[in-house]
Design a protein around this ligand. Structure first.
Ligand SMILES: [Zn+2]
Ligand SMILES: [Zn+2]
Length: 364
């Protein structure tokens, strides 16, 4: 029973109390609650406009983009860049909602890309869709970083040398890796001019040429943190540019003579270097399994490093002796047992060879 319903349920039945002139669209005559109907409003609105042509300045070497005076690294691939540029040329009426876009493009010449942008949306309650065309004009220009690199520009050199020895291959590899990581991290944080412009292998060390002083500082600290040693800074005035004094800075990193993992001999006992402190070495006694501090002048000889360890097969264990096969000759040898290590018969144990005393030292 609907006897209590007094108003029409459907909104499109004209309300007879309204002025008759306002219920029809003055342009097309279709029923309209007031003024122009939505279709006629859409028809007279320029809801989609595009700039017909936009320019993009790009570095041909590293694909960085220049906007105004500012260069920045490209965060996307070429297709993504074309999409972003084409969309940046599109202007939509503010009342368009539910916008979806599709973009097609064609490379018409090395310097021109023709884009078609299709836009779907909703305006005044109606679904709308239209196309517009944008031409991207590519301009090639060497960016600030590439022109500095190709011009040999640099602000500093990180100089790595080791005290009383050459750098080891492991240290060289680590230094090159750390330089690449530092460059990547600084550039990712937006420091475009923090680049490594060259790495020179010097017979006793490594020179890393850097594009910015900040890069030099960060890199030297990172190297010292991983390889040990201390950084010192030595500025040198090299001239004047635009009324400002120009310095080049040498960041000198002196690696300590001893390295972590070195096996050293002191008063007949072998130690493994665990840490290099400013005044002493923190060492582990490979005979007793205890730690202590050792001053460098107490070291008689450096035997090697744990990275040079060999693997020897344990043939038997009995009380204070461990029998192994010498990994070089496969001859059986006896080594004194140590209280901190429990070798297992038939399993390997890591040993370091002291050629001077013809001994094998178990290191774990
Ligand atoms: Zn109308
Ligand atoms: Zn570039």
């Amino acid at each position: 029973m609907h006897h209590d319903r007094v108003r029409p349920a459907r909104a499109d039945i004209p309300d007879l109390t309204m002025n008759i002139q306002e219920t029809f669209c003055p342009r097309c005559g279709a029923p309209s609650p007031e003024g122009l109907c939505p279709a006629c409003r859409v028809a007279e609105t320029r809801w989609l406009e595009c700039e017909g042509r936009i320019a993009c300045v790009q570095c041909p070497t590293c694909f960085s983009i220049r906007q105004g005076k500012v260069w920045s690294d490209l965060q996307t691939d070429r297709e993504g860049l074309i999409r972003d540029l084409a969309l940046s040329a599109v202007r939509l009426h503010p009342e368009v909602t539910d916008v979806r876009t599709g973009i097609w493009f064609e490379e018409v010449s090395p310097n021109r890309t023709a884009c078609t942008v299709e836009v779907h949306g909703r305006l005044y309650g109606l679904l709308v869709h239209d196309l517009c065309r944008v031409e991207i004009v590519w301009q090639r220009e060497q960016c600030n970083r590439c022109s500095r690199i190709s011009g040999g520009y640099y602000e500093g050199v990180v100089q790595i040398r080791a005290a009383g020895r050459g750098m080891t291959p492991h240290e060289r590899e680590a230094a090159i890796r750390i330089a690449e990581e530092a460059e990547g991290a600084l550039q990712a944080s937006g420091e475009r001019l923090s680049f490594v412009s060259g790495i020179e292998e010097i017979h006793d060390g490594l020179d890393i040429v850097v594009g910015s002083q900040h890069m030099g500082q960060v890199l030297c600290q990172a190297l010292a943190g991983e390889l040990g040693g201390r950084c010192t800074t030595h500025p040198k005035l090299v001239g004047e540019r635009d009324g400002r004094q120009v310095y080049r800075i040498t960041y000198a990193l002196r690696l300590p003579f001893y390295r972590k993992g070195d096996i050293v001999l002191s008063k007949g006992t072998y130690y493994e270097v665990r840490k290099i402190e400013p005044q002493h070495l923190a060492v582990f006694n490979l005979m007793t399994g205890t730690g202590r501090a050792l001053r460098e002048e107490e070291v008689e000889r450096r035997i090697g490093n744990v990275s040079d360890a060999e693997s020897a097969l344990v043939t038997y264990t009995s009380g204070d002796t461990v029998g192994v096969l010498d990994p070089a000759t496969f001859a059986p040898r006896d080594i004194p047992a140590v209280p901190w290590l429990f070798p297992v018969e038939g399993a390997p144990v890591r040993v370091i060879r002291d050629p001077e005393r013809d001994e094998l030292i178990m290191i774990g």
